[in-house]
Design a protein around this ligand. Structure first.
Ligand SMILES: Cc1ncc(COP(=O)(O)O)c(C=O)c1O
Length: 434
């Protein structure tokens, strides 16, 4: 039998075996073990993982309670084509999730990935309203399947050579204070984004033809852009006025990441539909499209479905995740550690003219790098260098933003003060090394 590739017996296998359409900046760390906030690689090194697998392992890698719940279910059975068969972890999860979600988020379609949850949300919105239009927001990222890619506008690269997209999609400006042409203060930012939305209604599609507005309450891939709460609240009002559904894509912001279970709760905004995934099961593939019973019950038999969605092992893991977040008081830790990280970032900003802005919510914390002395010209090259220096020093962090100019940190919600301080020290050295 041919020898299989391993981390040690050959070089260049990634080029031969994996599609090159992965981003070029991904470090492809050869991981052999992951525990808590740490990754261990084949060459015996240990890395602080401040990516959490891109906001997935919110309770840390290999949390013993999550693994135990998964193992227990695995011993019983590992697949159910939900509908043909049913299983208790799914029923229990359907009861547990509404207790931590915004009011009325109580009926579920389960999928496997964030993109599937988004697909479900936009299909549901069109189906129940009978309207074609979807308005998404500039700089948003919603996934790689066709529907999700059609409403994604973070980078033209993600859309290049895929035209034509799903029709009926329009884009309005997102409230990005640091880069708002009308000024960074809350009032100007909200006025600017509202004006853009009004232009879409006036010139492109009248509101009565719009099924839904869809957006991330904090933009993830777009650069950890935290809008003023008033932005989301104003969108809620627009939706109410015109019978449009408000879809929140909380794939990245959900499950404690922002210091509350969901960002909707931080901003005090009520969605009609939510897409959730990533942190839901700490790495077991699971996602959901969620809405009220009133809305969801209009999605009639045959209109949507799945083979793998709502996997029993993943649902059992998800139940354990909810227990861990509550019992280990992780929302509070998230707020405290997020504040510590952001304060550390603010100190770094005083020291390095490269840093244009620091921002964050909970443990979504970012610094946006610019060319020093310029009018906020994005500096993706510097961000890439800083990330590489940090990796050499044992910190895995990641980038975001149109030009890759944003360095984002996404540690698990149970990260410790020592780990936060170590990450800050490494970033300080890495910025200094430029
Ligand atoms: C906000 C948001 N929506 C959707 C997705 C797509 O999720 P997935 O990669 O699981 O399909 C992502 C992934 O990063 C995301 O950040």
């Amino acid at each position: 039998m041919d020898q299989y590739y391993t981390f040690t017996n050959t070089s260049g296998w990634t080029e031969r075996l994996l599609m090159p359409s992965f981003a070029q900046d991904w470090p492809l760390l050869p991981t052999v073990k992951a525990e808590g906030t740490y990754l261990y690689t084949a060459d015996g090194k240990r890395y602080l993982d401040f990516t959490s697998g891109i906001a997935v392992t919110n309770v840390g890698h290999g949390h013993p309670r999550v693994l135990a719940a998964a193992r227990e279910q695995m011993d019983k059975f590992s697949h159910s084509a939900v509908g043909l068969t049913l299983h208790e972890p799914l029923l229990q999860l359907c009861q547990a999730l509404p207790k931590v979600m915004p009011a009325g988020m109580e009926m579920f379609y389960f999928g496997n990935s964030g993109a599937e949850a988004v697909e479900g949300a936009i299909k549901l919105a069109r189906y129940v309203t009978g309207r074609p239009g979807i308005i998404a927001f500039e700089g948003g990222f919603h996934g790689r399947t066709y529907g999700a890619a059609s409403i994604t506008s973070v980078k033209a690269k993600y859309r290049d050579q895929y035209e034509p997209f799903v029709p009926g999609v329009y884009f309005a400006p997102y409230a990005y204070p640091y880069r708002c042409p009308w000024g960074e203060d809350e009032e100007s930012v909200i006025a600017w984004s509202q004006d853009g939305l009004e232009r879409v209604f006036d010139r492109l599609i009248p509101p009565q033809q719009v099924a839904a507005l869809i957006l991330e309450p904090v933009q993830g891939e777009g650069g950890y852009v935290v809008p003023p709460a008033g932005f989301l609240q104003a969108l809620r009002q627009v939706c109410d006025e015109h019978g449009i559904l408000l879809i929140l894509d909380e794939v990245q912001t959900g499950f404690g990441r922002t210091g509350e279970m969901f960002a909707a709760q931080v901003f005090g905004v009520q969605p009609d539909i939510m897409a959730i995934a990533k942190g839901i099961a700490n790495g077991f593939p699971l996602s959901a499209t969620v809405a009220s019973q009133e809305l969801m019950s209009k999605w009639l038999p045959g209109a949507h479905g799945t083979t793998y969605g709502g996997n029993p092992i993943a649902c059992a893991a998800a139940l354990a995740v909810l227990e861990v977040i509550e019992e280990e008081n992780l929302l509070e830790n998230c707020r405290i550690m997020g504040k510590r990280l952001l304060e550390g970032f603010s100190k770094l900003k005083e020291k390095y003219a490269l840093i244009g802005e620091v921002r964050g919510l909970g443990l979504m914390v970012a610094m946006e790098l610019i060319h020093p002395g310029s009018d906020k010209i994005p500096n993706g090259t510097a961000a890439f260098s800083v990330l590489n220096h940090a990796l050499e020093r044992g910190l895995l962090a990641y980038m975001a933003g149109l030009h890759g100019q944003v360095i984002r940190l996404i540690p698990p919600l149970n990260v410790t003060a020592e780990q936060v301080d170590e990450a800050l020290m490494i970033l300080d050295e890495s910025l200094g090394a430029l």
